[in-house]
Design a protein around this ligand. Structure first.
Ligand code: ATP
Length: 727
């Protein structure tokens, strides 16, 4: 078999097996292996082929069968079978396979950083979409060590992205190569519909369900534009071409990374930078001076832009203004700053000759998974709208956005449902005071999953995180009052666990919008979301990009009816009127019945964990209060801890009940705490038999099997991989 190394560096299959390689062992079987681990040997080719585009060398491999399975290419290599007693130590007849990659036979490979090749690759001459392969994978260390990768890994590695389905969008070949590297075989619905409109110069309002690829729907045309400007020879940097407004810092960073990933395969990339709180204004101003695409939260962006006239001036020349998660960005908190930014971008300036200079025209792109009904009707030209009575509303701001088109293109790719297709929804009913217990139980029922828990308050995040940690659950916090670094660290740690490992993030709605954390299996709403839109966005953190996921609401009995109503509202547009005029049945979210006997057996440990967490929190709070008390004592000239101070201070009146409770919790001595911890440890070391026959769940929209995975007939409690040392 022979392979040619392409521009990406990875060998592309080009033939079938040929000469037999000598074998060390006699008893052999063919197994799936990774192509880069095979003992490839350079084939001498005539010099005339040196300049052939995309053909940088030829290598051959012996005694390997290539099996095609649909689009997947698999390699079957002859290796000794396991039952011959010896472990396989690589292809000893060709010793270089066990060497580090530098020692492998060198092909006439050229890297993508070589200007001659990349310039060709970027050229517009070859407009045809190409099949692009992945860059060379590192040497398979597992194989070098005598092992084999799992079939799934092998398959994934050899999957090639055929980008033919992107052809109608007529993108630059360099951009297509980058898309192929991301392994995105075809555009998603919103991308297929929005990209041509944006490339044709229209303003676009795009609505598509969560996780459906809205980021690239606006990023691809912006990068395409940047490439065409570069190709047109405008080397001089006159300012950014695109500005993206994002409601949260995390989302801004994520969009930045997503666009950077898209640009990774380009020979020269646009300078993409984010502007969010947490970095010095000066540093960000310096970055902005050279930026091509800027992603920022309105507050910080306004702070940075308004302090530099020169910078503001360059931003007036942007060609694209993107408002991501528009409904949230424009209605919650950020409204004022977003308005200031847009106002400043649109301001008519007087130039040196005293002439009025309006900013050059720009396109406005607005995206979200949720837009209110009124807006949709307005865009469809129906209904009457009194803009001034809704001054703070989306409609008002859309007016402010100053669309270039009289009527921006409204693209709604899934008017029927806002929820991702692969999403299953369920509801767990429990006592209002039992939510902690049920949260813990739900987590135990899904021991190896990536779970995102939403609460409605920062204080709940502060309380639940240590409580779960006390129970050996690797919980991480995320809320807006955490320092920026800690926020990013939490997301990073939550994301970086291997698939099949427990990872739990306890967050406020700061994580509800746009965050694209791969592989979130379950979303738990510890508190019922306040609005239907919040439910859509929270639940949309799972079941992204065609994967599946589960969303579970924890409801106190009195919350069940309003929650059902809220969920039904989200699904309302999917219920339709039948021919006979009758409305189809409204959506009814199913109840998940956890086995209450099992849950009851977990109560003691949850109570203990809670007590320990409360005591620790109260101590932390106490030490802050103590500092305040000491300062107050000094000011009043009385003894710290005296009754006078108690009377003068915050310790009386409103809130004193809670404070005395905190004091009581604080009063737990070190010995008492140690005792509680020992007790909890003891309980955690015991497993609770979940039984095989017990019926935990009702059927319905919930993927029962997924919930029961790894639990049926198993034990709850001490969950492997959840021990404190693993965290
Ligand atoms: N054409 C494509 N094919 C496959 N996956 C894609 C494609 N485009 C984007 N993705 C992936 O889909 C995931 C979701 O994309 P993205 O974050 O843009 O969704 P979104 O629609 O903005 O979601 P939300 O409404 O929650 O913000 C990302 O991991 C992205 O890499």
């Amino acid at each position: 078999m022979a392979g040619a190394t392409g521009s990406g560096g990875k060998r592309k299959f080009a033939g079938s097996a040929n000469k037999q390689a000598p074998r060390k062992k006699t008893k052999q079987e063919k197994r799936l292996v990774v192509a880069d681990s095979l003992p490839w040997q350079t084939v001498d080719i005539p010099e005339m082929f040196d300049d052939a585009e995309g053909f940088y060398g030829l290598e051959e491999i012996k005694d390997v069968d290539v099996v095609r399975d649909g689009n997947t290419v698999k390699f079957l290599a002859a290796v000794p079978s396991e039952d011959d007693g010896d472990s396989f130590e690589g292809f000893e007849d060709l010793p270089d396979t066990t060497q580090p990659s530098e020692d492998k036979p060198k092909s006439k490979k050229k890297t993508s950083s070589e200007p001659a090749e990349t310039a060709k690759a970027d050229s517009k001459e070859t407009k045809k979409p190409k099949k692009v392969t992945e860059p060379a994978a590192p040497v398979d260390t597992e194989l070098a060590n005598g092992g084999f990768r799992a079939l799934a890994d092998v398959e994934e590695e050899f999957e090639e992205a055929d980008v033919a389905e992107w052809a109608p969008l007529d993108l630059a070949p360099a951009l297509l190569s980058s898309i192929a590297r991301l392994k995105f075989a075809k555009p998603t619905a919103i991308q297929a519909q929005a990209i041509p409109q944006i490339l044709n110069g229209h303003d676009v309002i795009g609505k598509a369900s969560t996780g459906s690829g809205k980021t690239l729907a606006f990023a691809i045309p912006i990068v395409e534009k940047w490439l065409s400007l570069r190709d047109a020879g405008s080397d001089e940097h006159t300012g950014p071409i695109g500005l993206v407004l994002s409601p949260t810092r995390e989302l801004a960073h994520q969009i930045t990374n997503h666009i950077k990933e898209l640009c990774l395969g380009l020979s020269t990339s646009p300078y993409v930078c984010s502007v969010t709180g947490g970095l010095s204004v000066h540093k960000q101003q310096r970055q902005l001076e050279k930026a091509d695409i800027v992603i920022g939260t309105p507050g910080r962006l306004w702070e940075v832009l308004s302090s530099s006239k020169k910078l503001m001036q360059t931003f007036r020349g942007i060609k694209y203004l993107v408002v991501d998660e528009a409904d949230r960005l424009l209605t919650e908190g950020h409204f004022k700053e977003a308005e200031e930014i847009i106002g400043a971008l649109d301001r008519t300036e007087i130039d040196e000759e005293g002439q009025e200079q309006a900013p050059p025209p720009r396109q406005t792109l607005v995206f979200s998974a949720t837009f209110n009904k009124g807006l949709q009707q307005k865009l469809a030209g129906k209904g009457k709208y009194d803009l001034m009575s809704q001054a703070q509303s989306m409609e008002y701001l859309l007016k402010k956005l100053n669309f270039r088109d009289e009527k921006p293109k409204f693209i709604d790719v899934n008017p029927v449902s806002q929820m991702a297709e692969g999403l299953k929804e369920g509801l767990v009913e429990c006592g209002a005071m039992e939510k902690d217990l049920y949260l813990y139980s739900l987590i135990l029922y899904q021991p190896k999953q990536r779970i995102l828990v939403f609460t409605n308050s920062i204080s709940s995040v502060r309380r639940l995180t240590p409580m779960l940690q006390n129970l050996n659950i690797p919980a991480l916090p995320l809320h807006s009052q955490m320092p920026q670094k800690a926020r990013l660290r939490s997301v990073e740690r939550f994301t970086s666990t291997k698939p099949g490992t427990a990872s739990i993030l306890i967050a406020t709605d700061v994580a509800a919008r746009g965050l694209d954390i791969p592989g979130i299996d379950v979303v738990i709403h510890y508190h019922v979301p306040r609005t239907a839109d919040a439910y859509v966005h929270r639940s949309g953190r799972t079941a992204r990009a065609e994967s599946s996921g589960l969303s579970v609401l924890l409801c106190a009995p009195e919350e069940v009816v309003p929650t059902r109503r809220l969920v039904a509202k989200v699904h309302a547009s999917s219920s339709h009127t039948t021919r006979s005029g009758k409305s189809k049945e409204a959506y009814f979210i199913r109840t998940i019945d956890l086995d209450r006997h099992i849950v009851a057996r977990l109560k003691e440990r949850v109570d203990l964990a809670k007590k320990i967490a409360d005591s620790t929190l109260a101590k932390e709070k106490g030490s802050k209060d103590d500092n305040w008390m000491k300062a107050a004592a000094e000011e009043l000239g009385v003894e710290y801890d005296s009754d006078e101070l108690e009377k003068a201070g915050r310790w009386s009146g409103r809130g004193s009940g809670r404070q005395s409770k905190q004091k009581e919790a604080r009063a737990l001595s070190k010995a008492e705490m140690a005792g509680l911890r020992a007790q909890l440890r003891e309980l955690l070391s015991k497993r609770i038999n979940a039984g095989v026959s017990a019926k935990y769940l009702t059927s319905g929209n919930v993927d029962i099997q997924a919930l029961l995975n790894g639990v049926q007939g198993d034990f709850l409690g001490k969950v492997a991989g959840l021990d404190a040392e693993d965290f």
